[in-house]
Design a protein around this ligand. Structure first.
Ligand code: DNO
Length: 345
């Protein structure tokens, strides 16, 4: 496996030299943040990230994310032009040595939580989700505390989008995803890039919006849309694992050859549709981290891995879920898991 770490660019309080000092770290996961979704990233902006990473002794082979513009997802009149721009970004990234692109197909919202500073018994805090609390929130009235996504909206934009999506069914979303993949995957193949769709987080519909990358049945359908290795998955344990119906060890084994990127994090499920994020080890939460990694290693997984969200510990402040300390502890745990499992194969 190739161990990587998400870096949000020059504004990230976590620096490249911090990242470099984490044992066995091989590269960063980043993106160009200065362009809006749908715009073509300049070659210079891609090269600048690569150069900074390489000067710090790190590779830049994974992009998270090239965001898919809403108009592609809801199938607006400019969808084809925007898909063509998306393809051009994939070509440009491939030409600079990027091998894996993570993206998602969630309408309007990326990951969603009801609480950003959930206090844990040990004094740390972390992100939490409670469906009951979420149901009392109305995104169009901007009562929602918006986390640090790659994109954010004004109230007017949000209202417009919610309105448009009121007529987009799950089936329509599948259709639009299929149209997107049929254009992008051949380009990715040629560019030497593996596309890796991120599951919906949490894996169920929210605020009446459809969500489809949620479970085994839908993974099967997704992978068949374009049956190419370049049409692959970001296996995010914390996202998929929020639903008790998802058997992650089974899914890890079943999809290993199409998993290009692994996001490892643990959550503690406290009730139906209620969970909070915990430290990475199996014992700290509800997910069998050991079982998942074992299933992948036994199936020959050799892709990119990153520790996903960490708690805020030791008084650290910063981007929710993306501090240095707990993610670095997570990375060390991941290295140990892989080493232990690989050596006893
Ligand atoms: C959250 C991340 C997601 C992910 C996107 C991929 O922390 O896992 O925001 O980057 O969904 O497009």
């Amino acid at each position: 496996m190739k161990l990587t770490f998400r870096w949000y660019g020059d504004d990230d309080p976590v620096t490249l030299s911090h990242i470099r000092q984490i044992p066995r770290m091989s590269g960063i996961v980043s993106a160009v943040y200065s362009f809006k979704p749908g715009e073509i990233w300049s070659v210079e902006s891609i090269q600048a990230i690569k150069q900074k990473a390489e000067e710090a002794g790190l590779a830049f082979e994974v992009v998270e994310s090239v965001p898919v513009p809403e108009e592609i997802k809801y199938g607006g009149p400019n969808a084809d032009r925007l898909i063509a721009n998306y393809c051009e970004n994939i070509r440009r990234l491939g030409a600079e040595g990027v091998k894996c692109v993570c993206y998602n197909f969630m309408p309007v919202f990326d990951w969603l939580r009801s609480e950003l500073e959930h206090k844990n018994a040990d004094g740390s805090h972390s992100l939490a989700y409670d469906e009951v609390a979420l149901q009392t929130m109305d995104p169009t009235k901007s009562e929602l505390s918006l986390p640090g996504w790659d994109e954010s909206y004004t109230k007017a934009e949000l209202n417009r989008l919610m309105d448009i999506y009121s007529t987009v069914t799950e089936e329509k979303l599948w259709e639009n995803l299929s149209r997107f993949l049929h254009a992008v995957i051949p380009v990715a193949e040629e560019a030497g890039v593996n596309m890796a769709i991120h599951p919906d987080d949490p894996p169920w519909g929210l605020f009446g919006l459809p969500r489809i990358i949620t479970c085994e049945k839908h993974y099967d359908r997704f992978l068949k849309l374009v049956d190419s290795p370049a049409n692959g998955l970001t296996f995010c344990t914390g996202s998929l694992g929020a639903s008790r119906d998802n058997d992650l060890v089974h899914m890890a084994r079943k999809y290993a050859d199409r998993i290009h990127f692994l996001h490892l994090r643990n959550i503690l499920i406290t009730d139906d549709r209620q969970f909070h994020e915990v430290a990475h080890p199996t014992e700290c939460g509800s997910l069998d981290m050991y079982g998942i990694v074992k299933a992948l290693v036994e199936s020959g997984f050799d892709g990119y891995v990153r520790p996903d969200h960490g708690r805020m510990i030791w008084g650290e402040t910063g981007r929710y879920g993306y501090g240095l300390y707990d993610r670095a502890l997570g990375a060390a745990y991941i290295v140990g898991l892989f080493e232990g499992i690989e050596k006893t194969l």
